[in-house]
Design a protein around this ligand. Structure first.
Ligand code: SF4
Length: 254
């Protein structure tokens, strides 16, 4: 099984475990006051059972919808709302459940970004180049380069000592926006200024996760940076992944 697939299996597995835990809690919440409720009104235990049953059906339906989106890579059943639910509700719960099973936060973040990517890909319509933003981390720039590219990437002298040169040329070729951010605050400011319809962001697991959450409802397609020298230092990016994602969105998901 590929690494990407195993991350998605982990995500779906955690979702199922969460659902089972939720079911147990719901049964307990229903069963404990059962006798007391029946004393108030005979129909109350049944009503409560229906209420928890509906909650459970919604949870199972949500998981089913996520799995279908991951398998068919198409916008199926409610997946527009689903992305919001995954970002705001499901992911924080999965971090907690993952902790119970000793699964690292980084692993769950990795899985979250990949699941988010599939949903973003599935929902993408045709995006005009000027509404697509490539958002890069500052650590892609060669550490010894003295040119200030945050604020204006066109300051890059295109010496080829880092991938910023290739990204500037790629952005020119496709007519998309390219920005470099030194951190979350600057990244948020860039998003507010450029008002993109979609963002392709390169960063580590932690920054991509917070970026996806902070930018919601603007969809973010995340690409993990490569860290041959450790985090935040002369990092690299697979340019073919950036170009492939960009083409997908510019061609309307074709
Ligand atoms: S390609 Fe641009 S950013 Fe990278 S080292 Fe050269 S001048 Fe600096």
């Amino acid at each position: 099984m590929s690494e990407e697939k195993s991350h998605k299996v982990l995500f779906v597995g955690l979702l199922l475990v969460t659902c089972a835990l939720f079911f147990l809690v719901a049964v307990l919440l229903w069963w404990i006051p059962y006798v007391g409720l029946a004393n108030i009104h005979r129909a109350l235990p049944a009503l409560l059972a229906v209420f928890f049953g509906i909650l459970l059906l919604l949870a199972v339906g949500g998981i089913f919808s996520i799995v279908l989106t991951l398998i068919f890579k198409k916008d199926l059943l409610l997946s527009k709302r689903l992305r919001g639910a995954v970002i705001k509700v499901i992911f924080p719960v999965l971090i907690l459940v993952g902790k119970l099973f000793g699964i690292s936060k980084e692993k769950i973040q990795h899985a979250f970004v990949e699941v988010n990517n599939d949903i973003v890909m599935a929902q993408a319509g045709h995006i005009r180049p000027e509404r697509l933003l490539l958002l890069m981390p500052h650590c892609l720039q060669n550490y010894e380069c003295t040119v200030k590219i945050t604020g204006n990437v066109d300051n890059c002298k295109r010496c080829g000592q880092c991938k910023i040169k290739d990204l500037v040329e790629m952005a020119e070729t496709y007519g998309v926006n390219l920005s470099v951010a030194t951190g979350g605050t600057i990244a948020r400011r860039i998003v507010v200024e450029k008002k993109p319809r979609i963002i392709i962001a390169v960063a580590c697991e932690r920054d991509l996760t917070s970026g996806i959450q902070d930018s919601y409802p603007v969809p973010v397609y995340g690409i993990f940076n490569i860290r041959p020298h450790g985090p935040c230092f002369n990092t690299q990016v697979d340019l073919t992944k950036v170009e492939k994602a960009m083409r997908h969105f510019l061609q309307g998901g074709a």
